[in-house]
Design a protein around this ligand. Structure first.
Ligand SMILES: Cc1ncc(C[n+]2csc(CCOP(=O)(O)OP(=O)(O)O)c2C)c(N)n1
Length: 616
């Protein structure tokens, strides 16, 4: 569509509650449905923000799939799920679309608990072919006949998992349709040899001798993914074909298609804030405070200016990790390896064996995928790979699939691993400097989504002593030992508690591993209680401290300890502040736990007065 300022009309869409209604319409009406669906998507995302360009690119495909196949009986799996807004609109969720990514609202990804039309939940990429093959094999075992369709982007096709699935599918007879949605984009422009291979196929409009054919899949296309009549005809042919085995249909689309501001932008409107429909202009960011991501990238550039051995690696997230700006400054020393976290880690390990200082910048949640590479290729060989884990902790609108909840637990148990957590802007610079200087083995630093917290100390770019924390505030009753991100909340809690007569020391552990045992000893010796605070699941920092206390005999004669972590349940998307409150990790939540552990002096005094009055 061209830019529209008039309110769009939806005569077709208004009559579609579910795909069954769509299938009542005539094939000739599908182009009109697609146009309305695109207008509706634009209208929705203009007020919600969120993933956009990918959805615009699959409008025709979404309509064609639900028209040709008998969903939800036939299973349609959207890889990543970030392109599924149009699918949600057509599958009974249109009236809730304006709640997407808000607390209590729809998820920004596919989710089994949200709809029977979402047969598989996603958000991390490249799982669709494996899950689809699993469904197809289960269907065959159960003697059922439904179709299974996995839609995967060319970016997601860069991950090893997709090939593991194809390798398996290619030798089975199970009917599975894989639709490769090739828009020549990941979040950044697609990269890698496969991308070149696909581009060649598209240029020649041929599929002779492709890698997919060689691996046992029938390869159809490339075809134009915006030609809805052509798409429907092709999908009907595939649906009605009785031949067994897996089929790969290669469609060529444009990310951001049909909305010029998205299609023309560098990231093709991958993810946007609220915008004005007529112009595509997004609401300006309210604050000038930098994000942790930017501070990380700037400090890494600073370090790299004086150390030519520093290199940076991203798994398809150059802008998300800040490595885009590092890459501009040092194009030869930045490596985007595609959506390939496992490869990124072992690639970094290889560079480390040759004396380079690799910074592997991977979101905490995506590093989960490369766990064995961290253990087997890095930790066991004591290689000095630096892990920069952005989005550590609660992440807001992306929800639990993207929350960096587990890294403290999954890295903290690894021998020889150093794990740091930045509490504020200056601390992050200190930790980047420390990681750059540390060559004895693997080291990780974690920092959260969002704007930096004001710095508690003026020291910047300072190399920290490994395993040493710092004290920010001295008190006498309770010691709050915070790790990283919740420091500001811990300090605020201390002020609240002060008003209630409880005097708190607040320390920032800085290191989840090795923990600062001297500091812990001091805190337990001089306070009535110790409260640990971290933005991570149980099993992380607090567990390290408790383990130390237990084995050092410090629990033997009674010690009041509380460990605050994320709750042992998956927290849904919401804004970050609401998530902290829900987790009990805001100032109020921390103060409440302290009061529960050590009754306020004033409360004690009141009780004494009352008791004295009763006995007199
Ligand atoms: C394991 C993992 N790593 C990184 C991401 C972040 N991510 C979300 S979408 C995306 C790009 C996907 O590209 P593609 O599959 O081509 O879909 P498109 O957006 O182009 O339609 C990336 C890298 C992710 N979701 N999962």
């Amino acid at each position: 569509m061209s830019l529209k300022s008039v309110k769009p009309q939806f005569p077709h869409l208004d009559a579609i509650r579910e795909p069954a209604d769509l299938r009542q319409l005539d094939k000739s009406e599908m182009a009109a449905v697609a146009e309305e669906l695109r207008d509706e998507l634009i209208s929705i995302v203009s007020v919600t923000g969120g993933h956009f360009g990918a959805g615009l690119g699959v409008i025709e495909l979404t309509v064609a799939l639900h028209y040709v196949f008998d969903t939800p009986h036939d299973r349609v799996i959207w890889d990543v799920g970030h392109q599924a807004y149009p699918h949600k609109i057509l599958t009974g969720r249109r009236d809730r679309m304006r709640t997407v990514r808000k607390g209590g609202g729809l998820s920004g990804f596919t989710k089994r608990s949200e709809s029977e039309y979402d047969p598989f939940g996603a958000a991390h990429s490249s799982t669709s072919i494996s899950s689809g093959l699993g469904m197809a094999v289960a269907r065959d075992l159960a003697g059922r006949k439904n179709h299974v369709i996995a839609v995967i982007g060319d970016g997601a096709m860069s991950a090893g998992m997709a090939y593991e699935a194809i390798n398996n599918a290619g030798v089975r007879d199970s009917r599975l349709l894989v639709i490769l949605n090739d828009n020549n984009m990941s979040i950044a422009p697609a990269c890698g040899a496969l991308n070149k291979h696909l581009n060649r196929m598209t240029a020649e409009m041929s599929n002779n001798g492709t890698i997919f054919e060689q691996l046992g899949m029938r390869h159809l296309g490339p075809i134009d993914g915006h030609d809805i009549d052509g798409l429907i005809a092709m999908l009907e042919t595939i649906r009605d074909d009785e031949d067994g085995g897996p089929v790969l249909l290669h469609i060529v689309t444009e990310k951001g298609h049909g909305y010029a501001p998205a299609a023309k932008s560098a990231d093709k409107g991958h993810a946007v804030g609220k915008f004005e429909v007529a112009t595509g202009i997004q609401a300006a960011a309210k604050s000038s405070t930098p994000s942790y991501t930017t501070v990380f990238a700037q400090e890494l550039i600073r370090q790299a200016e004086s150390d030519p051995r520093i290199v940076a690696i991203t798994a398809a997230m150059p802008s998300g990790t800040g490595l885009d700006i590092f890459g501009k400054r040092f194009p030869e020393r930045m490596f985007d390896v595609g959506i390939a976290e496992q490869h990124a880690v072992t690639f970094a390990a290889g560079m480390a064996t040759e004396g380079y200082k690799p910074f592997c910048a991977i979101y905490s949640t995506f590093l989960q995928r490369a766990y064995d590479q961290v253990v087997h290729d890095v930790v066991i060989q004591k290689l000095p790979v630096r892990f920069a884990m952005d989005r550590a902790g609660l992440v807001g609108a992306d929800g639990c699939t993207h929350a960096g909840s587990f890294d403290l637990a999954y890295l903290g148990c690894l021998p020889g691993m150093v794990v740091m957590a930045a509490a504020d802007e200056n601390e992050l610079t200190n930790m980047v400097a420390t990681a750059a200087a540390y060559d004895e083995g693997p080291i990780a630093l974690r920092y959260p989504r969002g704007e930096v917290a004001p710095s508690a100390s003026a020291e910047r770019s300072k190399i920290l002593e490994i395993g040493k924390g710092r004290i920010l505030r001295e008190g006498s009753d309770v010691a709050i030992l915070s790790l990283g991100t919740r420091l500001a909340a811990a300090l605020e809690a201390a002020s609240l508690l002060d008003e209630q007569g409880i005097s708190c020391t607040v320390a920032d552990a800085r290191f989840a591993k090795p923990i600062d045992s001297d500091l812990v000893n001091r805190l337990v010796r001089h306070h009535r209680a110790l409260v640990t605070v971290e933005e991570g699941a149980a099993g992380g920092f607090g567990s390290q401290v408790l383990h130390y206390l237990a084995n050092a005999g410090l629990l033997d004669r009674g010690l009041t300890v509380r460990a605050l972590t994320l709750p042992d349940r998956l927290q849904d998307h919401d804004d970050q502040a609401a998530q902290y409150a829900e987790a009990g990790l805001d100032a109020k939540g921390i103060a409440k736990v302290v009061i529960g552990a050590v009754p306020a002096k004033t409360a004690i005094r009141t009780r004494h007065v009352a008791a004295a009055a009763r006995s007199s």
